[in-house]
Design a protein around this ligand. Sequence first.
Ligand code: N01
Length: 512
Amino acid sequence: MAIHNSSHHPPQAASQDPSTTDAGNEFPIAIIGSGFSGIGAAVQLKKAGIESFTIFERAGEIGGTWRDNTYPGAACDVPSHVYSYSSEPNPDWSSKFACASEIQAYLLRIVEKYDLRPHLRLNAPITSAAFNELEGAWTLEVADGRRFRARAVVAAMGGLIDPSYPDIDGVESFAGQSIHTARWNHDYELGGKRVAVIGTGASAIQVIPAIAGKVAKLSVFQRTPAWVLPRGEKSIRAQTKARYRRYPFLMRLVRWSQFLFSELMGPLIMLNAPRLSRVAESACEKHLENSVASPELRAKLHPDFQFGCKRILISDDYLSTFERDNVELVTDGIREINRSGIVTNDGALHEVDAIVYATGFDVAITHAPIAIKGLGGLDISAAWRDGAEAYKGIVVAGFPNWFVTMGPNTGPGHTSVLIYTEAQIRYIVQAIRKLIAQDIRYMTVRRDVQDRYNARLQGRMKYTVWESGCKSWYLSEDGKNHALYPGFASEYRARIRRVTMSDFDITHFEHA
Ligand code: N01
């Protein structure tokens, strides 16, 4: 059933509480976040004929990850044709792995194409949400005190949004420039400076080769070396782009072949099968050998955990960057940071002008990024005391009409996250259509259904390489993985194809 509304502007219809504005007409829907998931949800709601939604974005522009990560070299390490919406193939991707600004431009084009601007409220960080059982509605509060009412919420807040700074003594005392990769300072000129990079994860391996040629000296502080595979970067020729434009099915073909390849590689990347891991480790070792001549340096860059336990990194030029005369790899642990630089455990002071923190994110996947109170005032932090859990990663017992994208245990270890989020969005739109069509006050997933799902999921987790002993952001303090999905993406998609109403407790409005 298509739901049409009279206006597609975020309406100001009155709710029960006069200080609260509806997030849309008739059946107000709030989307929190305007990254790939939020924009994708808005497009799919529109396609379903539902216009009564408002997108709340904490920043001044849409884009999420691709707005925030603008460090030199920022790019996606997932091939572009599979890292785009399936319904919006892009014939103009300039290379196999698009850079951050190109992806951000793609998202901005989607916003214009689907006329989403009127639905957007920028600079509107939602700080809390509370459910009202009688109204079957959520009240969302913005940081400036404004309140909005929504019958359904799509929480598309992303998993890696808040930069994490390391807990190192003296961080505050550094007199030079401090920059986090996810909050790059473009006004600061790195050229000719002595620069330290802390971290050797996915962001670091992109920024290090991008700045090495500019700076006077680059000191890379590595705590754990990573397995690095070659990326095989290729720019896409004008002829190929023209062919894509002429025969769009070719883009689908490329997308599916990239997806299929990643699924086939899945077991190699996910399973705790040391012999299988050795195959990939040998490929990384060959890449290391081809990139770095010195055996001592190679030994320092060689990981000692099983391939796949931490996120796999791909780069053509990261390892060879250490061959440069102006680049040093520091493997002594960091003791402290002082006014002039970084002091390592051996007592050496590494004087620098700038420190780049490539130290990752405060992972929102193990806790909710805002205060949420569900049925009977149930607090999300209480519900998730032992770690974040949801049913199919999308709905949470006790939090009715609240739908999450990139929720607990839906992260991919081996393929494009968009394969997962697109399927989640389809599920969410289906559920919202049911809420509207069946005049449901609220639907909340049954606790027993959610518990059974998670018990099975965690049961499978012990066969994965993520629990093979390394430390990674996938694991919470208790060593449990609440981040990744232990299986094929195609299997996850099949699982969430349909909203099964018997999984939910349904409460209807009482009509006189
Ligand atoms: O962050 P990370 P990231 N002293 O947490 C080190 C996505 N992503 O921003 O390994 C010294 O992976 C830490 O060391 P260790 C992707 O999902 C995607 O790089 O904990 N070092 C590590 O080396 C990725 O997984 C793309 O021992 C310290 C680094 O900092 C996620 O974002 C590109 C330290 C942090 O690595 C996060 O990646 C980039 C300390 N006190 C990112 N504290 C794509 O292309 C931390 N470290 C899609």
